[in-house]
Ligand binder design. Structure first.
Ligand code: UT7
Length: 338
């Protein structure tokens, strides 16, 4: 272990909504095909909230309970809850507030962060700071998204990409055996208009005229929907993922040959292939759940970590590299010893 390892993952959990939406379901409602989606993106189906009476905090609550149980602690032991999400329950208060109430984490300071698909990695980096100062000992870091609530069902180039879900970890001071060995986070605001949603933000709320322009001739309100320049995002995504991986490994003082498992952000199979090839990672050591879950932004990596731990793909002592990119642009990576 490197000397600077100060925080470990003590428990993990995830939650997926029950409803499955397949590519064939999309064929029935828009001009798309299963073949196009599988070839260009790699998704077969995704989990969606659909008609269930759930919001982001409900998904996060299930994941949080599972992670707390896995860590063998009680909700009262939690000192902080950090939720990374771009689909909060409401503008304020935070989504984390509702999770605090739901799980009974009465001693916690709680808040949300917004760093899109890189959000969970940002959250882990913030938590590491809290642990380093000795301020907190048990922190829940959650990535939770109800991304289909932002999907524009009239836009085939984005609607088919997204899924819903939540992943959570409990982090604690490192024990000398496992922990975060290296990290890297970065942003570039010049790329803000490649991937965004106006949502209920102040920029839109104050401009009544612009709001009217965002409702199309069919009355479809695009204000809160995801907009994306897919091609440009793709180009930057590959570069950002590789930079994240390399910088996180540099920070940890290791190289790609020492990585046991790679967990890339699950947005497009071709992006995952590109980073896996660059890092010379054999296929059986690259985690992919995109085909079944779609892209659930900040939730993708903590969901994949929990699934991989529990299925035995990540074993005790393994060194895992995670890398993500997303709206902002934001990007980043972590090297984690389990
Ligand atoms: O986590 C956040 C980040 N987001 C991403 O990572 C997304 C990154 N970008 C991508 O994954 C890809 O750019 C997409 C999957 C979004 C699009 O793939 P692409 O290969 O870049 O396709 P394109 O946008 O260049 O579109 C190619 C064609 C177009 O038709 P024409 O103009 O060539 O006739 C599109 O209209 O594919 C068409 N198309 C579709 N056809 C069938 C776009 N979406 C669909 C669709 N079904 N769902």
């Amino acid at each position: 272990m490197t000397k600077k390892t100060i925080m470990k993952i003590a428990g993990t959990g995830h939650y997926l909504p029950e409803k499955i939406m397949t590519n064939q379901d999309f064929e029935k409602i828009m001009d798309t095909t299963d073949e196009w989606i599988q070839q260009r993106v790699g998704i077969k189906e995704r989990r969606v909230v659909g008609d269930a009476d759930q919001s982001t905090s409900d998904l996060a609550t299930f994941a949080a309970k599972a992670a707390i149980e896995d860590a063998g602690i009680n909700p009262e032991d939690i000192d902080a809850i950090i939720i990374a999400t771009v689909t909060p329950d409401m503008a304020f208060p935070s989504t984390a507030i509702f999770v605090q109430k739901n799980i009974g984490a009465v001693n916690a300071a709680v808040f949300d962060i917004s760093a899109a698909c890189t959000g969970w990695i940002y959250g882990m980096t913030i938590a590491e700071g809290f642990i380093a100062t000795g301020k907190f000992k048990n922190i829940l870091v959650i990535g939770a998204e109800f991304l289909t609530s932002l999907a524009d069902m009239t836009d085939r180039s984005t609607a088919v990409l997204f899924g819903d879900g939540a992943g959570a970890v409990v982090v604690q001071p490192a024990d000398g055996e496992s922990g975060i060995m290296g990290s890297y986070i970065k942003s570039n605001g010049e790329l803000a208009e490649l991937l965004w949603s106006y949502g209920g933000g102040s920029r839109v709320n104050k401009r009544v005229t612009d709001q009217e322009k965002m409702v199309d001739a069919n009355g479809n309100d695009k204000r809160s929907k995801i907009r994306m320049e897919g091609n440009k995002v793709y180009k930057y995504a590959v570069r950002a993922m590789i930079e994240s991986a390399e910088k996180a490994m540099d920070d940890a003082g290791i190289n790609e040959h020492q990585i046991d498992v790679l967990i890339p952000h699950q947005a497009n199979m071709r992006i995952i292939d590109a980073i896996a090839e660059r890092l010379e990672m054999p296929d059986d050591r690259v985690i992919r759940n995109l085909q079944y879950l779609g892209n659930s932004s900040a939730a993708t990596i903590p969901i994949a970590i929990d699934q991989s731990r529990k299925s035995g793909k990540i074993k005790k002592g393994d060194i895992v590299l995670v890398a993500a990119f997303g709206g902002g642009f934001t990007w980043g990576g972590l090297v984690i010893k389990f």
